[in-house]
Design a protein around this ligand. Structure first.
Ligand code: ATP
Ligand code: MG
Length: 289
C-alpha cells in the first residue's frame, strides 16, 4: 500500500474572535491525509467557517483574537507563516462568487491571472497554469468574457480556477454552492469531484448532506466549537443522536433506518442510493442461502 502522507494537522486548536466572550473553537484536533475529501457539517455557529479560516491562516493573522494550539499545513505553521507562502499550499473558495471577483479585471483570463501576478513566475509558466486551470474548470471558452457576464456557477468555477492556478495541494470550500441555482451547484460539485480525483485534498463545508454522503471519504461533525465525530459517512450518519447536533441524515439513510436495511456486522446504514442497492442485494443473498 502507498504510504499515507499527512497533509493537515490541527492540534488542540482554541480560538476566540476579538471582542467576543465565547470560544468559537474549543480544542479541535484532527489529521487529514493527502488526497482525502473531507465533508464538514454541523449547525449554524458550530465553528465550521472559523476552522476554514484557521486552515488558511486568516485566523489569527487577519482576524487576530485569542489563539491556542497549532494548525500545520504540509509542514507550514498557518498562524505564523506569511499568508502569501501559505496560499501556494492551501486555497479557499467562499459562498458568494460575486465577492470573490476582484472587479479590477475585464476578462476571465485576467481574473485568473491576477493571483499569479505576485508569485514571480515566468510568463510562459503563467500562461500554462492559466490555460490549465480554465480547462480543468471547463470555462476556457469564456476566457475573453467579462467576469460579471458569467452565470453564478461559471463565476464560482472561475473563483476555483483562480485558486487552482496557484497549484495548492489543499482546497477549502466554505458552502461553495449555497448561493447557486441547482445547475450551478451541480457544475461546481462536478468540478470539485474532478479535482479530488486528481489527488487534491478537499475540505468542504456543505449543508447539502446528500452530496457529502456521496463524495466525502470522511465527515467532520462540528458542534459548538468541538469535534463530535470524524469518520466515514456511514458511521457518522448512522449515529442515533445525529439530530441532537442539528444535522439531518441523508434521505437514503433515513429510509434504510425505517426499513431496517443495515449491514448486519457493523450495524451501519447506507448513505447513498448505490449504497442502499448494494446493501439490499447483500441482505437478499443472505436470505437466499
Ligand atoms: N467575524 C467574527 N467576529 C466575531 N465572532 C464571529 C465572527 N465569525 C464568527 N464568529 C462567531 O464564531 C462562532 C462560530 O461561527 P462560524 O461562523 O465559524 O460558524 P459556522 O459553523 O460557519 O456557522 P454557519 O453555518 O452559520 O456558517 C459563532 O459563535 C460566531 O458568532
Ligand atoms: Mg459558516
Amino acid at each position: 500500500m502507498a504510504e499515507i502522507k499527512i497533509m493537515v494537522t490541527v492540534d488542540n486548536l482554541k480560538y476566540r474572535y476579538p471582542l467576543t466572550e465565547e470560544l468559537a473553537l474549543k480544542g479541535v484536533s484532527l489529521e487529514i491525509a493527502s488526497g482525502e475529501f473531507i465533508g464538514v457539517i454541523g449547525p449554524n455557529m458550530a465553528g465550521k467557517s472559523t476552522l476554514c479560516q484557521a486552515l488558511v491562516g486568516l485566523v489569527p493573522q487577519f482576524y487576530h483574537g485569542a489563539y491556542g494550539g497549532r494548525v500545520i499545513i504540509d509542514g507550514l505553521d498557518a498562524a505564523h507563516i506569511e499568508l502569501s507562502k501559505l496560499a501556494s499550499k492551501v486555497g479557499i473558495v467562499f459562498q458568494n462568487p460575486f465577492t470573490q471577483v476582484t472587479g479590477a479585471k475585464m476578462t476571465v483570463y485576467d481574473e485568473v491571472a491576477f493571483g499569479l501576478e505576485n508569485m514571480g513566475l515566468a510568463r510562459t509558466e503563467m500562461i500554462r497554469r492559466i490555460d490549465e486551470a480554465l480547462t480543468m474548470l471547463d470555462i476556457y471558452e469564456f476566457r475573453s468574457h467579462n467576469p460579471f457576464d458569467l452565470s453564478g456557477g461559471q463565476m464560482q468555477r472561475m473563483a476555483i480556477a483562480s485558486i487552482i492556478a496557484m497549484r495548492p495541494q489543499v482546497i477549502i470550500f466554505d458552502e461553495p454552492t449555497s448561493q447557486l441555482d441547482p445547475q450551478g451547484s451541480e457544475e461546481v460539485f462536478k468540478a470539485v469531484r474532478s479535482l479530488s480525483r486528481q489527488g487534491m485534498t478537499i475540505i468542504m463545508v456543505e449543508h447539502k448532506i446528500e452530496k457529502i454522503a456521496k463524495y466525502a471519504d470522511r465527515v467532520l461533525l462540528l458542534h459548538q466549537g468541538r469535534v463530535v465525530d470524524f469518520d466515514r459517512p456511514q458511521k457518522v450518519f448512522s449515529r442515533p443522536d445525529l439530530e441532537n447536533y442539528g444535522v439531518t441524515a441523508p434521505v437514503f439513510t433515513n429510509i434504510c433506518k425505517g426499513l431496517n436495511i443495515t449491514d448486519k456486522t457493523s450495524g451501519l446504514y447506507p448513505v447513498t442510493l448505490d449504497d442502499t442497492y448494494r446493501q439490499l442485494r447483500a441482505n437478499n443473498s443472505e436470505f437466499g442461502k
